[in-house]
Design a protein around this ligand. Sequence first.
Ligand code: FE
Length: 131
Amino acid sequence: MTPSNKTEADWKKKLTPERYRVLREKDTEPAFSGQYYKTNDQGMYVCGACGQALFSSDTKYDAGCGWPSFYAAQDQGKLELHDDLSYGMHRIEVTCSNCGSHLGHLFDDGPKPTGQRYCINSLSLDFKKDK
Ligand code: FE
């Protein structure tokens, strides 16, 4: 997949306003508001902006936080990590490596075997259910 070269104007046209705010302006959807935090179906979670495969349902777990949570990436190379110092905290922001869209944050309080918790907005994801 070649890196996306869409402009912000292109994204604004392509995405709904609520998805644009999260994916392109790094907003966070309210906890327990999203489409996928309770989903248990088998399949692949892909970037809601460009469609790149990001997280397998095999690594999804209920962290009780109100956002879809994963203990591992489908492929580390499909995610980029950035220091986020907003709101007086140091967090690790997670973005899509293909299109640069905001996905959520990575925390170190996840379950074994990785200890990672990718806390991802439902609005940043689409779900491709296994047939
Ligand atoms: Fe993307």
